[in-house]
Ligand binder design. Structure first.
Ligand SMILES: [Zn+2]
Ligand SMILES: [Zn+2]
Length: 106
């Protein structure tokens, strides 16, 4: 079969730079239309000039309508006692009292 050079399309989010991953972990698409079809199904959004990943789309949606917080969950660690709840849409974590600076969520 020899060597065959193929042109492919890689898609990156304009905001966070995340590289799109399609079906079966594919990072390249045969053309823009195919990429749009597949990625739109995964929550990405496209205009003529802009590309937004599903995470950035969701973050924008939360900024617009607010987070969708889940149930409060009590937390008791050596470094933190309180309760947290996470947005089911974007994963943003609220905590009462505030988590100490530098602490991870969860
Ligand atoms: Zn993004
Ligand atoms: Zn959210």
């Amino acid at each position: 079969m020899g060597w065959v050079e193929l042109a492919v399309v890689e898609v990156r989010c304009d905001v966070c730079g995340q590289v799109a991953v399609g079906d079966e972990d594919a990072r390249w698409f045969t053309d823009r239309a195919v990429a749009r079809d597949i990625l739109a199904g995964l929550g990405w959004m496209f205009t003529a000039d802009a590309v937004r990943c599903a995470d950035c789309v969701q973050a924008a949606a939360c900024a617009l309508v607010g987070h969708d917080p889940g149930e409060w969950v009590d937390r008791a660690y050596e470094w933190y006692v309180g309760r947290t709840r996470a947005c089911s849409a974007c994963g943003f974590v609220e905590a009462e009292p505030m988590l100490p600076v530098g602490a991870g969520g969860g």
